[in-house]
Design a protein around this ligand. Sequence first.
Ligand SMILES: [Zn+2]
Length: 288
Amino acid sequence: MINIKVSIVESALNLFITRHCNICGSELLGFEKHFCLECFADIPLTYFWEFKNNPAEMIFWGRVKIERVYSLMFFRNNYKRCVYDIKYKGNIPLGLYLGEMLGKRICTAEKRNNKPPDNYIPVNYVIPVPLHWRKKLKRGFNQAEIIARGIVNGLNGGYTASEFSGGVVPVFKTVAPARARVCTQIIKRKHFTKTQTQKDRWSRWKNVEDAFKISPCGLKRCIKNINAKRENVSVTGNADFCIAHFLIVDDVLTTGATLEACAGILIKACTKAGIKCKVSIATLAYVE
Ligand SMILES: [Zn+2]
């Protein structure tokens, strides 16, 4: 019902406002969102969600243990503009839209590749790479958080109640619990790091090595939440069984230094707190 109302309002607005394609600038038709049909078909998708040991995952080999790395598209041609539009022009709807697109693809691939007896826990905590509060205040938002919210919409949209916890949710529970949620309270930025754009690999690493910290309160709250959900999950005693699957989100994957730093401290803190966890990474764009 709400969707019908929204589309009526959208159609009415379309009569007065002309919208343009983010890539080629041509006027959009009523049913097109952010891209014209042609530019939508040309999005340089990576398909990283479809195969393990993809080039993005190789970046982290020997550095930190990452479960999966997903990027929506290659950072190519005019499509680079999408990232700039979200980050510097505040195109939040585009960030949510592309995030949701990635979330849906991750969800479909997870369902296809991990059948229930695998003890696979789908991504349940989505953590955007934090922005220093001064930068967030200046920009007004954290672009990684916008993308993360889109991803969560995509992830939650694609699961039913029983699939959410491997088929162990009692049948009388008809409402699907939110399977994934955004968590901004666990990883915090310690100090103000200068922009990474003009730096080489080594100086990028030195710049972020010590930039993040884990908030004990945030982690405690997360553990509490995990424990509350634990009764809904069948624990099999398998040593590889993990209870939390974190997905760290950023806009672009270049050298992976920032994401490595975040994943590193998160894994360390979870091990210390006795939580078995897996960490995956998702970005909108992947720089070849
Ligand atoms: Zn276009």
